[in-house]
Structures are given as C-alpha cells and as structure tokens.
Write a protein that binds this ligand. Structure first.
Ligand code: PYC
Length: 306
C-alpha cells in the first residue's frame, strides 16, 4: 500500500492539494527539469492524486519538490485533471498557507521555484498572501477567431505563467447559474483559437462588469481540463493586468480588483521590467483538510479515473 500525505486548502473557492510526502523521485535539478520527468514517467501519480475517486476535475495538485535555487523555500510542480500547469496563482497562495500551517514558514517574503521561474510570495500578518508572478506580456491584441456556432470573437492573447485568451466583448452574463453555457462557449473558443495557430492557449477568460462595490471586473476562467476556476485565477488576473498595462489603462502601482464567477476576489498591481509586466496578486486561502491518500494496486481505480 502506497501512502501520500496531503493537505487541502481553497483559495477563493478554488481547491489546492499540496503533496507533502510520498511523491516520486524526480532526480533533482531545476523544477523545469523535474517537471519533464514527472510528465514522462509519473502521469499515473498525477491522476491518482487529483482525479476521481480521490479528487475531482476542479482540484489543482501541488507537488513539493527540492528547488535548484537554494534561495527558495520550496520548489513546486502544479498539475490538474489533464496535465501540468506552468504557474498557478491560487495554488501558490494555497501552498504558502499550507507551509505556514505546517510551521515551515512565518510571515514575510518567500521565494518559490516553479517550472516557469521563481515567484516571490509574501505571507502577511493578517494571513493574506501576495504573489509576485513571473514576468508576463500581451502577445496579441484583438485577435479575431471564427468560432463555429458563435461567430466572430475577438480577444487578446497573453502569457503570465500560462497562456490565456482574454475576451472582453461577448453577450454572456457572468453569473453562476450560467456556468454550463459559459463552459460550453469558452471551450469552443479555446478550440477555435488553438486551431488558428496562436501559442497553445490553455485557459480562456471571459470578462464582465464587477458585481460588488470596489470591484473592477468579474471573470469566468475555463481551465485546460474543462473545469472552471472558482477563484479569479492568479495567472489569469496577471494576464488581464498585462493587457491593461499594454493598453495604458492601468498604471504601475495602481490596483485592479478582479472578482471570480463566485464573487471571490484577488487584488492585483504591477511593475514594469523592460517590456515585461510583473504582476502581483493578493488573496487568501484556508486549509480545510489533512489526509493520507492510500494507493492499493489491487484497486482497479488506484491511479484515478482518466
Ligand atoms: O490561479 O493561476 C491560477 C490558476 C490556474 C489554474 C487554476 N488556477
């Protein structure tokens, strides 16, 4: 019987499962190099941790690994129901709160090595966490795609640790009761965008007006495995900020309050690094479970339903 120790948390409603022990030996090196080994040789482990019957399509896994950069407190590989992620903002907030819960870190700034670069996460005295993301940029403005059944859709393409297609103009109401329709249209948009030769867009993000005082915008974010992000999506908010900066609509240091489809919030700001935008997002997470996953090879669904 294999045992995997995990701690679950949620960040604005979006769950993160941190693997504390029982993960595979990835041979060391940079987190990017360890990710390649994880992808090639341990996909069953990924599925066992996040997929049913132990998890669900919504769950994001965070495997703690040894960082190559010794100034980092941890290395992390993020993954979901269908594969691995580049960076994950809500997951980093969940990871920081989990490390604090374990007594491994105290309030202050902590560097974390992800497979796409080092991010700096700050645990604040009030329990909130800010994450200074990897450098991002807008790759394309108003890229128009013809989406079967929907017609022409225009959106920006941006990188912020993952690739996003960001749609501001559309007819759909960003309301929780429309989640099935929003999932369907976002999935169709993703397929159309990727058929047209943009960098492989993994997430589609729809924007609408904020519904609470002080909010600047509400979003609906569809993740690569077709689950929607319950949080405002840390990398998605970073991508939005990169686009706002490119349009001159948000100044350095100015704040942007992004609501999720649930109404949970991240507050973002940015600084410039040459042509690149370094976004920082702030949010909160809560630990809600400590558990040991048991993997019994006799169980036909030992490695998850995939
Ligand atoms: O917060 O960056 C994020 C994220 C990516 C996928 C789900 N959440």
């Amino acid at each position: 019987m294999k045992r995997i120790q995990i701690i679950d948390s949620h960040t604005g409603g979006e769950p993160t499962r941190v693997v504390i022990s029982g993960g595979p030996d990835l041979g060391g090196g940079t987190v990017a190099a360890q990710l390649e080994v994880f992808r090639r040789q341990h996909d069953a482990f990924r599925s066992a941790v996040v997929n049913e019957p132990r998890g669900s399509d919504v769950l994001v896994g965070a495997l703690l690994v040894e960082p190559a950069d010794k100034s980092c407190v941890a290395g992390v590989i993020f993954f979901n129901n269908v594969g691995c992620l580049g960076m994950c903002g809500h997951g980093t907030i969940g990871l920081v709160v989990t490390l604090a819960h374990l007594g491994r870190i105290r309030p202050g700034a902590h560097r974390i090595e992800s497979c796409v670069g080092v991010v700096t996460a700050t645990l604040h005295a009030d329990g909130s966490v800010s994450v200074e993301n990897v450098p991002g940029w807008r790759q394309a403005k108003a890229a128009t795609v013809d989406v079967p059944g929907l017609g022409k859709i225009s959106g920006d393409v941006a990188w912020s640790g993952n690739w996003f297609y960001l749609v501001g103009e559309h007819p759909w109401a960003l309301d929780l009761k429309n989640v099935e329709q929003l999932t369907d249209v976002s999935w169709r948009i993703r397929q159309a965008v990727n058929a047209q030769g943009f960098p492989e867009v993994d997430h589609v993000e729809l924007f609408g007006p904020a519904q609470s005082p002080g909010g600047h915008s509400r979003n609906f974010v569809l993740c690569p495995g077709k689950a929607y992000d319950r949080s405002p999506c840390g990398t998605g908010t970073s991508a939005k900020i990169a686009c706002l900066a490119a349009d001159g609509k948000l100044r350095e240091g100015e704040t942007w309050v992004q609501e999720s489809i649930l109404g949970s919030r991240f507050t973002g700001t940015y600084r410039r690094d040459g042509e690149k935008i370094i976004a920082t997002i702030i949010g909160t997470a809560f630990v809600n479970s400590e558990a040991t996953l048991l993997l019994d090879e006799k169980d036909p669904f030992c490695w998850g339903i995939r």
